[in-house]
Design a protein around this ligand. Sequence first.
Ligand code: BG6
Length: 494
Amino acid sequence: MPQTGSSQFIPVTPFDLIVFGAAGDLSLRKLLPSLFHRWRDDQIPSQSRIIGVSRTAMSSQEFRELALRSFRKFHPGEEIDDGEWADYAKLLHYCELDAVADDADWSSLKKLLDGPGDKPRVYYLALPPGLYGKVSTNIAAAGLKSADTRIVLEKPIGRDLASARDINEAVGAVFDEKSIFRIDHYLGKETVQNLIVLRFMNSLFEPVWNANAIDHVEITVSESIGAGGRASYYDTAGALRDMVQNHILQLLCLVAMEPPLDLSPDTVRDEKIKVLRSLRPITPQNARETSVRGQYAKGASDGEAVPGYLEELGAQSKTETFVAVKAHIDNWRWKGVPFYLRTGKRMSGRYSEIIIQFKEVAHALINEGATPPPTRLVIRLQPDEGVKLLLVTKDPGPGGMRLRYVPLNLSYAEQFKARYPDAYERLLMAVVRGDLALFMRRDEVEAAWRWVDGILDAWSRDATPVYAYAAGTDGPAQAAMMLDRDGRAWFDGV
Ligand code: BG6
């Protein structure tokens, strides 16, 4: 019997949320729509305020209209009632301000925020990371740091370890660590949260979740979109900084960490950081065997011809739009188990998947010694969320022993009828509650950069070429060859 979701929306206390960069893509595409959804589910009390701040000159009314136009553009299939939106829009205010200018006039924002001072105040910096320090300093200098103030920083925090440290220092000089919420939106995804439940609340897995039983792990985050309109940002980042340093390493931590004592923020983060610190360094000497970088050339996506990355960018560039890495976690649990990580833009489809491949059976009983396919646990994060355990079974019927490789299939869509909230909905409400569990701690971000810096350093010495791949494919052939050298292949479905 399908079950309906039993989660409930627990209202938060009234709050003031100030979004810097309010006219930008993240705010219009994700933050304001997510807040609308939470408001519509009665989670946000009407005494709350959402204050947009940016350098663009506009009135609060124009900001509300912009937010509505953007909602309709980014949620084309979703019906919203005008009256309903009008009620939500009462929460929205706007304030024109250049938050990094030395001589900026903060008085209108100050005036807006004046009043009963006991509401939690959340500053959301939807801005380039290089501005985080300056804006934090300016918030404090303007006298706008109340007793209960939180600050939210978007990823990426910096572009290497040194710049991440500078940002963390600058923000840390104004806000203490318990008020800093570093977002990795993957941690807000329903299926990512489920990784902890799956691993630690089913007794089946823990005894086999180690090098004795597991052959290797694959983590793939494949995107069909290109860099497109974001090419000028993307070119300064590339797939390693944009996806691996944060999202993919967070997934790796959740798959590989030791069981935490409980789910309190620091207990879980302490376990994650041990994984990051155990990652074997990638060096110029081993980079060629352990990493592949690629860049998409023209090809086809969803049946349409699409340009290559360099054509979109309109310039020469060696920025990678694809990366595959063979990682090792040097600890007792994972000795000798490779973690193959890959992500790319303009690949054959949009999906994120974790594959746990178990070892082959010790001795094949039939088919003249041919080994049956290995047991695999396929954790599908998006879309078609679910978990499959691929098993070998006997093909029913008379006439000998034939084998079939079939899934035990838990499809979330079939099992649960709940709507999956966008990751930002969950994360924004967690900030208002002051719950740090889904956010990255300073040492965690820095440990992730330390490992990624090794790869960046190797690449900067040209230890590996940037291979071209046609848009709409699974990346350069070298990524398949990396596994082939180990006698393995990326899982390709059954
Ligand atoms: C963002 C990256 O953090 O994650 C984007 O900057 C990427 O480049 C996006 O497209 C992917 O997120 P999702 O939730 O669509 O998997």
